[in-house]
Ligand binder design. Sequence first.
Ligand code: SAM
Length: 190
Amino acid sequence: MLIDPRDTGLDPLDLHALFGNSNPVVLEIGSGSGRFLITSAEERPDRNFLGVEKSLHYHRFIGDRLARRKLTNVRLINHDAVLVMQKMLADRSIDELHIYFPDPWPRPRYHKRRIIRPESLLEMRRVLADDGIGVFVTDHAVYFKKAAPLIEEFFRAERRTPGPDDPPRTNYEAKYREEGRPIFEVRFRK
Ligand SMILES: C[S@@+](CC[C@H](N)C(=O)[O-])C[C@H]1O[C@@H](n2cnc3c(N)ncnc32)[C@H](O)[C@@H]1O
């Protein structure tokens, strides 16, 4: 089901009503073409998946893929993820948070647009359940150097590098690993 808050409003979401059950909720920020959402939703039918993707093109693209697969445990929101967290998600409502290859915004004047910044980390910590976990992955060494210590300020965190036996989770990860680029990851816990 596709949600456009420009039509429905940025009102607090009742996740139980939205999914029709009280299963744990996995939030992905910046779902791109939806590989993580779709693969995970198929593998873990006992979880609900909420994808927030600000590009309308990708939002519709994932929507088509979901409809073809008749997946019922995924919902998509087409908006900026920080606003969605601030306005639509309740405290401790999310069990897992995944962020794969977010735009690195390399120019200093655009660093304020990065998803890993104090304002959004505050929201991530608020919406995560008490034992909630998160994953942040990037190929951008300079972004990682700034982002990892920031995540560590807000969460208990562990840095790691995906190994050759870890399957790529998203299309960007598949492409970059094929190209041999180093991949940097932080796993964190509230
Ligand atoms: C580089 S792509 C990575 C896509 C996917 N995660 C992957 O690894 O293949 C980054 C995605 O995040 C989305 N995005 C960037 N900032 C966002 C934000 N603040 N809220 C929601 N989506 C965002 C972009 O539209 C884009 O689809």
